[in-house]
Design a protein around this ligand. Sequence first.
Ligand SMILES: C[S@@+](CC[C@H](N)C(=O)[O-])C[C@H]1O[C@@H](n2cnc3c(N)ncnc32)[C@H](O)[C@@H]1O
Length: 245
Amino acid sequence: MEPAINNKPLKQWTDEERVTAVKRIFNAISPRYDLLNRIMSGRQDIRWRRFAVSRLPGHAKTALDVATGTGDLAIDIATVGEIEVFGVDFVEQMMRFAVEKTETRKLSGRITYAAADALHLPFPDNTFDAATMAFGIRNMPDRLSALKEMARVVKSGGKVIVLEMTFPRNLRLRRFFTWYLNNVIPVLGGIISGNRSAYRYLPDSIQDFLHPDDLAALFQKAGLHSISEFPLTFGLTYLHEGYVS
Ligand SMILES: C[S@@+](CC[C@H](N)C(=O)[O-])C[C@H]1O[C@@H](n2cnc3c(N)ncnc32)[C@H](O)[C@@H]1O
């Protein structure tokens, strides 16, 4: 059965409504999440996560992947180097697939998953060499607190790295993307996941998300420095990174 999702425009949702909807959506679509990601992004999501891994600090021995979902970024990080990875998410159903995939790839010794809210990370200050988040921050109403929490658990000299889908600036691409988001994604997502309303939330959340420069400004507000932003695939996704003082 489809979870009931608010019928109001996303901008009118309260923070609580949004968090409740996000939990319901990811709980419901978890079995089809990876497949839909690959189809809808034309497999670009794989490249985007690999780019995030390439931006980890060279000295990184520990990394925290926040909003890890089905674990793709945590697995990519653990695959490329001798890095001990922790993945956290508040939807345990998503992480069940992360655990399965991690076992299949024989990476269980390197990745630990735990249920946790990004706004209250269960780790002491200065624990990790890097904290990453892929396609999670868009779903968090309090983005500044999420960034501050990531910065808190990263050691001085470490990095906070965030990947997120954005609305392209190029006008033609923007028109095409608006059409694709509003017409193709809900239908395709509905057919494959059986949950059309979840895939109506996705386009709305992308269209409602911050401009990349505004996200960079939030990085600064969160106390990060030497902030950089990288557009990926014509700016459909951005990687933002900043160092912890
Ligand atoms: C679009 S998925 C991204 C999953 C994964 N990082 C990836 O690259 O595919 C978003 C994830 O963010 C998680 N999430 C959203 N808000 C969260 C919060 N406040 N705390 C922890 N996880 C959260 C959701 O449960 C979901 O698994």
